[in-house]
Design a binder for this molecule. Structure first.
Ligand SMILES: [Ca+2]
Ligand SMILES: [Ca+2]
Length: 98
């Protein structure tokens, strides 16, 4: 039986490829694929983001090698960034409840 963390890592890989394979390039997310992934899989996380240019901005920030698409390594940095932000909120809520 895989552990919770192993399952989480597997899920990341599965979700990335589910969206990445929508066009001919299976190993990267183009703008449309990234938008679809974020709108579907990160719905509640992005709800507070009212800026319509968010996807474009995130895409530009993520595309470390500037090839116009987001590969798995670049996608992981989005997940890491969101995880860090969420963990900080988690900490704040914990301190707030004291
Ligand atoms: Ca693709
Ligand atoms: Ca890239």
């Amino acid at each position: 039986m895989p552990t919770e963390l192993e399952t989480a890592i597997e899920t990341l890989i599965t979700v990335f490829h589910r969206y990445a394979k929508k066009d001919s390039d299976d190993n990267a997310l183009n703008r449309k694929e990234l938008r679809m992934l974020m709108e579907t899989e990160l719905k509640s996380f992005l709800k507070c983001q009212k800026d319509p240019a968010t996807v474009d901005k995130i895409m530009k920030d993520l595309d470390a090698n500037s090839d116009g698409v987001v590969n798995f390594q670049e996608f992981v940095s989005l997940v890491v960034g969101l995880s860090v932000a969420c963990e900080q909120i988690y900490q704040l809520q914990k301190t707030g409840k004291k």
